[in-house]
Design a protein around this ligand. Structure first.
Ligand SMILES: [Zn+2]
Length: 196
């Protein structure tokens, strides 16, 4: 008697999932909770990392904080990302490459509405569009490392999974003097080979 309900249920769940996926896709294009994007580039003695992450991955919500606890959490996320080398580094390169962080920029118009005007001039229209999304919001961060021995750059250790429990997947694109490569990190993987 119960048999026919099972396939029906299965079908229903599949349809609901497909629908939810389609809606998420329509709402935010590449915005997918649990996933983020890293663009890594090596040029001369500079290693740059550009990160684009749904705010949900870092904070668990994608709107301006409403309570003291949320404000504290948001401030901690911003402070952590602005000091990526403090404590357990979010990004670490080969010691032999002798890289030091020379720039760290974090843009989150939803968390820092006052900084929106500055962000707009700093990052063109991208920052502004991030603030206009009603249901989803991204955080953008960019880092620049100066490396005394860039020829020694072999791998990038990514500590984001340790720092942010909601992250499940990191799509990494690497561009170096010898070409481009793509890799997807899934928990607990953390090492990205750098194209040289
Ligand atoms: Zn979202």
């Amino acid at each position: 008697m119960n048999r026919p309900t099972l396939p029906w249920l299965k079908c229903c769940v599949a349809t609901a999932l497909a629908c939810a996926c389609a809606m998420a896709w329509a709402a935010g294009k590449a915005h997918e909770h649990g996933a983020l994007r890293l663009d890594v580039a090596i040029e001369g003695n500079k290693l740059t990392i550009a990160m684009e992450a749904p705010l949900d991955n870092l904070l668990g919500f994608e709107r301006a904080p409403r309570t003291d606890a949320e404000r504290k959490a948001a401030a901690e996320v911003l402070a952590r990302l602005r000091s990526p080398a403090q404590g357990r580094p979010l990004f670490a390169t080969d010691v032999a490459a002798q890289c030091t962080l020379s720039k760290a920029e974090v843009l989150s118009p939803v968390l820092e509405p006052a900084a929106r005007a500055d962000a707009r001039t700093a990052a063109g229209t991208q920052a502004a569009t991030g603030a206009n999304k009603e249901e989803h919001a991204d955080l953008e961060a960019s880092y620049e490392f100066s490396c005394a021995q860039p020829g020694e750059l072999r791998s990038l250790d990514v500590g984001l999974f340790d720092a942010y429990k909601r992250m499940q997947r990191i799509d990494v694109q690497v561009a170096g003097p010898k070409g481009q490569s793509k890799v997807t990190l899934r928990r607990p993987a953390r090492s990205v080979k750098l194209a040289r």
